[in-house]
Write a protein that binds this ligand. Sequence first.
Ligand SMILES: OC[C@H]1O[C@H](O[C@H]2O[C@H](CO)[C@@H](O)[C@H](O)[C@H]2O)[C@H](O)[C@@H](O)[C@@H]1O
Length: 614
Amino acid sequence: MPSYIENYALIGDTESAALVSRDGAMDWLCLPRFDSDACFAGLLGRDEHGTWVIHPATRVRSISRRYRGDTMILETEFNCDGGVVRLIDFMPIAEGIRHHVVRIVEGVEGTVPVDAILNARFGYGATPPWIRQTEDGILLTASPDSLTLRTPAKVELNKHRVSCRLQVSKGQRIPFELEWHPCHRSPLAALDVEAVLESTERFWSDWAARCRYRGPHKEAVVRSLLTLKALTYAPTGGIVAAPTTSLPEELGGVRNWDYRYCWLRDSALTLDALMLCGYPDEATAFRRWLLRVAAGEPSNLQIMYGIDGKRRLTEFELDWLPGYAESRPVHVGNGAWNQFQIDVYGELFDTMYKARRLGAPADPEFGQMAVQLLDFLERAWQRPDEGIWEVRGAKHRHFVHSKLMAWVAFDRGIRLVEEFGMGELNTGSLVQHWRALRDRIHRDVCEHGYDAAQNAFTQSYGSEGLDASVLLMPTHGFLPIDDPRVLGTIRGIERNLLREGFVRRYATETGVDGLPGDEAPFLACSFWLADAYAASGRMRDAEAMFERLLGIRNDLGLLAEEYEPKHGRLLGNFPQGFSHLTLIHTATVLAESETRGAGKRGDGARPGVPAPPP
Ligand SMILES: OC[C@H]1O[C@H](O[C@H]2O[C@H](CO)[C@@H](O)[C@H](O)[C@H]2O)[C@H](O)[C@@H](O)[C@@H]1O
């Protein structure tokens, strides 16, 4: 039976990840990659869809858990009748080692009986394995996957599960090592569990120690950075939006999507966060990933790709899974892969520009690509699209945020040439042409995207509905923060989109997204409102919003995509990169405002981006 979303912890090895509940149930694990079929899909169904539970077989008085220092090694302590046991969960990172999960049961006090029950089901819960003892360990196999379990504990093999009852006394450490391998191959040799625990601890702590963020809430920033790092697929540098599929945006609803892919938007913003905090290597690896996927015909640029750059991410439903809290359908793939979303051009250029400003070297490939991309955008920016929120309604619209980001693309193209030369692009006539286009888009947005009656920029041309994505106007330098239209938009969003202190993306009641039901407030939008408050000098509101957001992280510092204040529940895929990267950004904005002097109005610009032209 799955737990509350906030009851899960993330562990990972930068190729895949698992979710472990407070009760010691590993209810989600896809191997060998983030986007592989799950062998534990209990999160989206029941135990019979795959789970691995290690839990005391006696009354538990209390449970506490933490990550070991700045790592992704989870320690859950069960305080029980008769003693205390600790469960240490991690996915090893060591030379030549991946696709393993290690769980160690450690006796801390007294003697505690502990049950360990491994219920693996391949193919997202559809395929029970054939289980047998081999000389390599206990083999669980069903084509094309195999898992090998090794443990010194005396286990029982049942038809579809492996179980044991341990008596764990103070000082004892009983390891369980699970390795994925293709069913036609043998597993690797048994791990030296203590050695890989040490190397994994070193990997994460060394990485976290490189963080250059200096400011309040460093612990929250570092945990968010570690989460983003854990969402990175090391072999290619791609970053998944979240490690899960179909955790619902509304309990019992249909808004359930697969996030185990790389969105240009989420990824570009992640790169900004990494650059801001002193991680140029990851940022460079990711820039290479971006440039590789963006290569080719600019009209073929997609808004998202697989972690290996795969293009066709066809969406389908897993009809045998009941869904998290009965939220159906469960999706694999994501139908947004072939949507048209203009903002990705802006995000791409903005990131390339910021990377240069923060000291990244020039990338000659981007110079040539930039001209082709802007050439395409010149023809495309006037087309309606599906927008940042990937609406599923049949009707494309002229989303204000999309046009804003078209402006950003030309603006950053111009700045790249003006500030960094960009070699052969440095021709006056090209930049002149882009300047004229930039001004034209600006006029278009101010004329068609602004509703004088509400004194606010709207969601799309001609609509009355508002949209939190336009809070990014001053952040991107489109208009200064003290422009009355920007201040009016902030007030409009406060009036229309705040739900108990958290910001909705837009009003779902308008039917704009083509989906039934509602969704909870979106955390990235709530961080954007905090940024807008800080920029407009409303420091108390900014800090209050930030504190509120920090307050809804789970006990391990993790955030989902959304939060429903009515029930006090995190909702949507978990943990979500978008939420964590906006947390880092807001922390940086607040730290900078503090340095400049509290209460003083900021310029609204993002760290690393110059203020808008007067
Ligand atoms: O709400 C409808 C859409 O929801 C998902 O998209 C959201 O997540 C993306 C990844 O974090 C983000 O880039 C996008 O801005 C969000 O709207 C889903 O992936 C879409 O398929 C769906 O239409």
